[in-house]
Design a protein around this ligand. Structure first.
Ligand SMILES: Cc1cc2nc3c(=O)[nH]c(=O)nc-3n(C[C@H](O)[C@H](O)[C@H](O)COP(=O)(O)OP(=O)(O)OC[C@H]3O[C@@H](n4cnc5c(N)ncnc54)[C@H](O)[C@@H]3O)c2cc1C
Ligand code: SF4
Length: 545
């Protein structure tokens, strides 16, 4: 199928790009492929939403019914000093990037469902349930589109009765908007050496739940952020969040930096015990857990951003790591990066003959991006993430206060963070084991009942989408050295080491449980696990994450 523009991924970056391209030139044919069963099914964010990009893209969003219902009404930051103790950080001492006046607490899934409707109203074609599985290159090496995955292939690789071959979609320009650790984005970065001279991308794993709480505890618009306990006990970094949305709902989550070094750490169990801290439990007590999910978040900032342009395509949003970690916000910058790509491609089409179909290289893009407010804010706050890694949450935040609040980000130095997250684990026998408490079934739960609430589903009879470059390595190396950390870092219980009748350990992959967070692809110390797209439509089915 021939299009003028292909977009891979219906998140905020992809949909904003599609909308802007069609809005600026209604004659362009624009299509979006999305691997989730519907738009929003795979989206998971906090989310405190800064509406700046949306104001530019669709200024009358209020009239059009955008689901921004809850304006931030109060902002609290706590330093959790232990399982019981906490100190509230006074407003004046908080890095100003963490203030949320004028922002909204939203469900990203619902925002994107609405954005998709706006796109379709102006003629964008959206194909949910279709994963872009392969990049198409022409004879000169430029990208000329993507192929969606075949459907109906059995576990053993044979075609089933339901077999449907994948489709090839061709276009002079393809926008890759797969979000953090995009699986095609990763291949493009490698092929075109887009990360040359950049720091490696850094990630956190965000685990989130939505609760319905008693009316008396509900404070719509309240934003709570925390640092310190429980991650500090293992010298790990990250932070928690709790947001009161509309309709008695509360979003609660913990982001564990994937630079942690203790292989005994389990981000899932850290999150479960986090909810028992009195400053968090007081919001959730007596409530009911409605949903569960997990997703990696990009946090390397500008120093880790790859070059975004290559012949025939552009990486936008978190496929290129546009998130501003000093704000823990990436939706507005992802949208803006997509809008800039759309503006550039519309100009590129205006400058060529109508029948010309060769791949476009958006040479203007880098300059336009550098001139944008998205780049400006990332530049001003570029030292936040590296400072947190170097000096921990407390001293890192103190440094951020100096850099961001006092110097407005105009310091003459740029901190680097050159160690990739998969290289930070220490051998298990050098680290303190962590004894996690048993879930109480009221505030904390086990993994399997949690995964159940993600509504994840994959056709069982298909090739595993979690592939191993070397199938023997988990047992041969990861188990003796790191006690196979995949058993603990996967928030969906996909990886297990089981002992067979012969007493030999075996590495088992329960691929159906996967919630597409991408942590295994990031954290596996040998980079042996490679996440590839399963059959389209497989994966979580989040209602409003
Ligand atoms: C726990 C957590 C909390 C966060 N909190 C906030 C917050 O409070 N405020 C904020 O602004 N930001 C927050 N963020 C960050 C924000 O969610 C991201 O920056 C943003 O979602 C990035 O947008 P994106 O469009 O680049 O990617 P995504 O939102 O990840 O969207 C990518 C889309 O592409 C699809 N896709 C991926 N690969 C393929 C493929 N091969 N084929 C077809 N489809 C594909 C995915 O299914 C998905 O729908 C948070 C993130 C996390 C994980
Ligand atoms: S298998 Fe990998 S991508 Fe899937 S849930 Fe586990 S860690 Fe995340």
């Amino acid at each position: 199928m021939e299009y003028d523009v292909i977009v891979v991924g219906a998140g905020p970056a992809g949909l904003s790009a599609a909308y802007q391209a069609k809005q600026l030139n209604a004659d362009l044919s624009v299509c979006v492929v999305e691997k989730g069963s519907e738009v929003g099914a795979h989206l998971l964010s906090g989310a405190v939403f800064e509406p700046r990009a949306l104001n530019e893209l669709i200024p009358n969003w209020k009239e059009l019914g955008a689901p921004l219902h809850t304006e931030v009404s109060a902002d609290r930051i706590y330093l959790l000093k232990g399982a019981e103790a906490a100190t509230q950080v006074p407003g004046f001492a908080v890095p100003k990037t963490m203030h949320n006046k004028g922002n909204f607490i939203i469900s990203l899934g619902n925002l994107c469902r609405w954005l998709a409707e706006q796109c379709e109203n102006i003629g964008v074609e959206i194909f949910p349930g279709f994963a872009a599985a392969e990049i198409l290159y022409n004879e000169s090496g430029a990208v000329y589109g993507i192929a969606t995955g075949d459907m109906g292939i059995g576990r053993d690789g044979t075609k089933k009765d339901t077999f449907m071959p994948g489709m090839e979609l061709h276009a002079p320009i393809t926008l890759f908007a797969e979000g953090a650790r995009g699986h095609l984005g990763k291949q493009l970065i490698e092929r075109f050496k887009l990360d040359k001279d950049r720091d490696p991308q850094h990630y956190g794993l965000g685990i989130k739940e939505i609760w319905k709480i008693p009316e008396a505890q509900h404070q719509p618009g309240l934003v709570v952020h925390t640092a310190g306990w429980p991650l500090r006990e293992s010298n790990s970094h990250g932070g928690g969040f709790l947001y009161h949305l509309e309709d008695r709902q509360v979003a609660v989550g913990l982001i564990t930096d994937l630079s942690y070094s203790n292989p005994h750490l389990s981000p899932f169990d850290e999150f479960q015990r986090y909810k028992h801290h009195p400053r968090i439990a007081e919001h959730l007590a007596g409530g009911e857990r409605l949903s569960y999910g997990a997703r990696a978040i990009c946090k390397g900032g500008l120093q880790s951003q790859p070059k975004m342009v290559f012949p025939g395509g552009v990486l936008i949003g978190d496929d290129a790591g546009t998130l501003n970690f000093a704000k823990i916000k990436g939706n507005h910058t992802a949208m803006k990066s997509g809008m800039i790509a759309a503006e550039c491609l519309v100009n590129a089409y205006a400058a060529r003959e109508a029948e010309e179909r060769s791949p476009i290289e958006l040479t203007q893009y880098s300059e336009q991006y550098r001139a944008s407010w998205a780049y400006e804010e990332l530049h001003a706050q570029r030292n936040f993430g590296p400072a947190q890694h170097r000096w921990g949450n407390f001293w890192g935040s103190a440094y951020a206060f100096f850099d961001i609040n006092i110097c407005n980000g105009h310091v003459p130095w740029t901190l680097r963070d050159p160690i990739a997250d998969h290289s930070t684990l220490k051998p298990a026998n050098e680290c303190k084991p962590i004894a996690y408490p048993k879930p109480d079934g009221k505030l904390s739960f086990d993994k399997l009942s949690s995964v159940y609430l993600s509504n994840t589903n994959h056709e069982e009879d298909q090739p595993a989408h979690l592939t191993l470059r070397d199938a023997t390595l988990p047992i041969r190396e990861n188990l003796p050295i790191f006690d196979e950390p995949a058993q603990r870092y996967c928030p969906a219980g996909v990886y297990e080491v089981v002992t067979e009748g012969d007493g030999q350990p075996r590495f088992q992959i329960n691929a159906q449980n996967c919630v597409h967070c991408k942590t295994c692809d990031i954290k596996d110390p040998a980079q042996n696990i490679v996440w590839v797209t399963p059959e389209g439509g497989g994966g979580p089915n989040y209602p409003n994450m």
